[in-house]
Ligand binder design. Structure first.
Ligand SMILES: [Zn+2]
Length: 465
């Protein structure tokens, strides 16, 4: 019997918001909780190329909190490099990974091709981090599980609990029975009680150690003000014949935006306007949300379960092909274009921004977290010019921040959620935040709850006694 105490090692999302990877070694097993890509600043993205500081063959399983790429996007590389265990996730996370991971591989290949064509790579030839084929291969390793059911991994067991962040998102609770009973809870990304589509996060399962996210650890969302800003930005722009561009995360943000638009139109607060969702990925995810609502999935809020036409498709045009997307460039306003990626770090939204940013009639609405180093953050910070697709583009359009549409709990919501814990944890590790956000949350947990809380360093390892 293995009697050494469990060890937790932070292999990403420590001191930053992306690259979530937490290695738990316990009872002779190694479980990697989340397997995400580093995103944002170039120095972070380059970290994706560093080999993992552990032997990939020695990892027994991956437990995935949710499908966002900063939590799942390194799985294809892990499998290509020799990981042969199971990737355990909820069914919803598996379905979304089937959409997101192949697309991520495709994008890596496109970027490598582009770098080769422009000759700017330091490798010759430039290589993708992984390919679309690697991504499809990695999907074979998935073994989806139900919520609230323990998955047995020998000396350990894993349970997924509703986190309310995006469809399929879960808290991951890991239990070890011997030599001592130990329970470790990973929040992944924690949702919000006010999410208009998803049920509020379940209360925290009893845990000795909690690893919690802190994306908005130093902020309080103002939902009412956000919605009002959203409404004003849209009605003002449409009234002056402008185009509203909403860079949107393909999963969940698109649904939340469409929901708010539909409700504002129903109440006559904004006029009916042609609305384009220009992202095949977002459209595929939208279908999953529609199915979940129609079937009354337990992840969906009770008041909208089984609702028909929830996203009000009357004004909505689905833009699937590249040709259709390019055609939007020649159309004039008023209209609304929702397109990925959410931080304008890539994707089709770039050519819309390039076309629409120089015109002061237009508006860009930023609806989610904008990581340092992304174009979204530059726009938010008031940059007069932004470089995209090889050119500097002047920013004359209005830029509006609606971060209250975020699907991450804010500081108050995180603290209120922690207060629901029935057991006082020995320690809370604060991850997945830029340093000021993590530190602010650490201080609140220490002062308000009186709990031990620490912001770990990247690659640090700690013993769970
Ligand atoms: Zn997420």
């Amino acid at each position: 019997m293995n009697v050494s105490p469990p060890i937790l090692r932070f292999l990403g999302a420590a001191g930053t918001v992306t690259g979530s990877k937490f290695l738990l070694t316990a009872g002779g097993r190694r479980v990697l909780v989340d397997c995400g890509l580093f995103q944002g600043l170039k120095q972070l993205r380059l970290m994706n190329w560093n080999p993992l500081p552990v032997d990939v063959h020695g990892i027994d399983a991956v437990a995935l909190t949710h499908a966002h790429l900063d939590h799942s996007g390194y799985i294809p590389a892990l499998v290509r490099d020799g990981f042969r265990g199971k990737v355990i996730s909820t069914h919803g996370t598996h379905s979304l990974c089937r959409i997101l991971l192949p697309d991520s591989g495709h994008l890596q290949e496109e970027e490598a091709d582009y770098a080769n064509a422009k000759g700017y790579s330091k490798h010759s030839p430039a290589l993708p981090l992984y390919t679309e084929k690697d991504a499809w291969n990695s999907l074979d390793r998935f073994s989806p599980a139900d919520f609230d059911t323990r998955v047995d991994l020998g000396p350990l067991s894993v349970q997924f609990v509703h986190a309310g962040h995006i469809l399929g998102a879960s808290l991951v609770s890991i239990e070890l029975d011997s030599p001592r009973r130990r329970r470790i809870l990973f929040t992944g990304d924690l949702g919000r009680p006010t999410h208009p589509i998803l049920r509020a996060p379940a209360p925290p399962p009893a845990a000795d150690v909690i690893v919690i996210e802190s994306t908005y650890g130093d902020r309080i969302h103002d939902d009412a003000a956000s919605l009002l800003r959203f409404e004003h930005a849209i009605s003002k722009t449409l009234a002056r014949g402008g185009v509203v561009i909403i860079p949107s995360f393909a999963v969940d943000r698109t649904e939340v935006i469409l929901h708010h638009l539909a409700r504002l139109r129903e109440s006559g607060r904004v006029p009916s306007t042609p609305t384009f969702v220009d992202s095949p990925m977002a459209l595929a995810a939208l279908k999953l949300y529609e199915e979940s609502i129609a079937s009354g999935s337990p992840e969906i809020r009770a008041d909208i379960a089984h609702a028909k036409g929830f996203f009000n498709s009357q004004d909505l045009t689905e833009v699937k092909t590249v040709q259709e997307s390019i055609r939007l460039n020649s159309m004039s306003g008023p209209m609304i274009i929702i397109s990925a990626s959410g931080m304008a770090s890539g994707g089709r939204v770039l050519h819309h921004l390039k076309r629409r940013l120089p015109d002061r009639r237009n508006t860009v609405i930023l609806v989610g977290f904008q990581a340092a180093g992304t174009r979204g953050r530059s726009l938010l910070d008031g940059a007069p010019m932004v470089k995209m697709l090889g050119d500097y583009v002047p920013v004359a359009a209005e830029i509006v921040d609606v971060s209250g549409f975020s699907s991450h709990a804010d500081q108050r919501e995180i603290l209120n959620w922690l207060k629901l814990a029935t057991v006082r944890p020995q320690i809370v590790y604060i991850v997945h935040g830029e340093p000021p956000a993590s530190e602010a949350l650490r201080a609140r947990i220490t002062h308000e709850l009186g709990w031990n809380a620490v912001v770990p360093r990247n690659l640090e390892q700690v013993r769970i006694s």
